[in-house]
Design a protein around this ligand. Sequence first.
Ligand code: THU
Length: 133
Amino acid sequence: MDLAETARAVRDNAYAPYSGFKVGAALQGADGTLFAGCNVENVAYPEGTCAEAGAIAAMVAAGQTRFEAAYVVADSPTPVTPCGGCRQKLAEFARGPDVVVTMATIGGEEMSLTIAELLPGAFDAAQMDIAKS
Ligand code: THU
């Protein structure tokens, strides 16, 4: 499966009984490995997690901390764009600001933006004079 297929497949497993809005996300790790995540909601609504966060957690749990590309898909009228919190989370683990995030509808419409376009002026480790390892 490629990156898009991985995101589409994991979307089927999303747990979204409250919003009814299933999202799938996939990341291509630095070594080419693909990681998948879906949104996982909770009756205590703020405890729900986004698909992007799930994919990041899967990547980090597998021992990788950088991704080269991301794909997010939902059954939305237009390609779904990551929420503000997920933009910050994606920026933390993208290899660089030029990394492309492709957003898609299940119908096949796609839109691509870089990490820098999704989160201009991102707060990052350099502002704390910290080197990210
Ligand atoms: N959601 C994601 O998982 N990723 C996005 O990029 C947008 C929103 C989820 C959160 C919640 O479970 C549902 O979609 C509705 O907001």
